[in-house]
Design a protein around this ligand. Structure first.
Ligand SMILES: [Zn+2]
Length: 365
């Protein structure tokens, strides 16, 4: 449909090649780091710990140091980790995500886990671990968090999880700053795991822990909503969140794409709230057509990489795109429209109309 985008493809390929090089170099660094820790050779430099040496002499960040040390120690226990880093089958962050579990497994189990983790991102590994080694639900928890040092709003941290009888997950209560200098240089048992930065953590195949800090006003609204739902069987945070998000989702989809309300509770699987994005051609595309396009395209970007065949599938920043641009006679019929995310909408505009035209257009903003 379009000319192959060779110039942009070349930029992409060069980046990937440089990144692959960098990953191999880091893999080498991590093997050396393991030896550095094992031999305590860093002490020659007049430093009192591996961490001091890495952060002061080598100017690594604390987080970077923690992750690399964690991976080096995982490689010491399970040498195949090093091999997978070398071949690019595992990234450093993916290896770090696996490291705590690798420490608890026997050789056979560790090998099986590494097989399953091959090529996965850190996030996908989180889900793999949750599936294979499920943790119990954490109980609902609303607690006041300490005031930020300067001056900030009074906040409460909400652990939004279903009411359950299970004991709290250790992940839920891990302090925000878990990088311990002392525990890593000794080299076994519990490595200093960097604090999880994700606020949504998989617990089991279909269960997630969500953590959020909210204002006092939101806390009051939550209380009020739970009071109003108190006669129901399920009025825990999960029930509140599920119903509230269902309502918000349907409202946003209706506003943006004119899609009629669907009953919450039987929502389309996998649909999540589409974040708001202005739809420049909303006025020119009839609501019924917008709705048809949205439903047909599954509420997700339809861009497909012509080389890998991978579909984007993004649900944020969605726009309705004219397959043939309006300025070239494209008609606002369902067959002439598709859903694209903002970045792919702009990419295709550049491919059709040219960078020079788009730059001149955007340059006058
Ligand atoms: Zn896209």
């Amino acid at each position: 449909m379009h000319r192959p985008d060779t110039a942009r493809r070349l930029v992409l390929d060069r980046f990937v090649a440089a990144d692959d090089d960098a990953k191999q170099r880091i893999a080498r660094v991590i093997r050396h780091l393991e030896a550095l820790d094992r031999t305590k050779a860093w002490a020659l430099e007049g430093r009192s710990s591996l961490y001091d040496f890495c952060t002061e002499d080598r100017q690594w960040s604390l987080g970077q140091t923690a992750i690399r040390v964690q991976v080096a120690l995982a490689g010491r226990r399970v040498p195949r980790v090093f091999d997978m880093l070398d071949t690019g089958e595992l990234s450093v962050s993916s290896a770090a995500a696996l490291a705590p579990m690798l420490g608890e497994l026997d050789a056979g189990e560790a090998a099986a886990l590494l097989d399953a983790a091959r090529g996965l991102s850190k996030r996908a590994i989180g889900e793999l671990l949750a599936e294979r080694y499920p943790k119990p639900d954490v109980p609902d928890r609303v607690r006041k968090v300490p005031q930020p040092r300067p001056m900030g709003p009074t906040t409460g941290a909400l652990a939004l999880v279903p009411p359950g009888e299970a004991a709290p997950s250790p992940v839920a209560v891990r302090p925000a700053c878990a990088v311990e200098r002392s525990s890593t240089s000794t080299g076994r048992g519990r490595d200093a795991a960097p604090a999880p930065r994700e606020r949504v953590q998989p617990l089991a195949a279909d269960r997630f822990e969500v953590r959020v800090t909210v204002s006092r006003a939101t806390r009051e609204t939550l209380r009020a909503v739970q009071a109003l739902m108190s006669h129901r069987k399920a009025a825990g945070l999960e029930a509140v969140l599920d119903e509230a998000l269902g309502l918000l989702h349907d409202k946003l989809v209706k506003e943006k794409f004119g899609v009629g309300r669907a009953r919450s509770g039987t929502r389309r699987p996998g649909l999540r709230p589409a974040a708001s994005a202005e739809l420049p051609d909303r006025a020119s595309v009839p609501a019924a057509v917008r709705a048809e396009v949205y439903e047909r395209d599954g509420g997700a970007c339809t861009y497909v990489d012509p080389v890998s065949g991978r579909r984007c599938g993004e649900r944020r920043w969605l726009q309705i795109d004219h397959i043939v641009p309006r300025c070239r006679g494209g008609k606002p019929t369902a067959g002439g429209l598709r859903l694209l995310c903002g970045p792919h909408n702009r990419l295709i505009a550049r491919q059709i109309l040219g960078d020079a035209f788009m730059d001149s257009k955007l340059g006058t903003r």
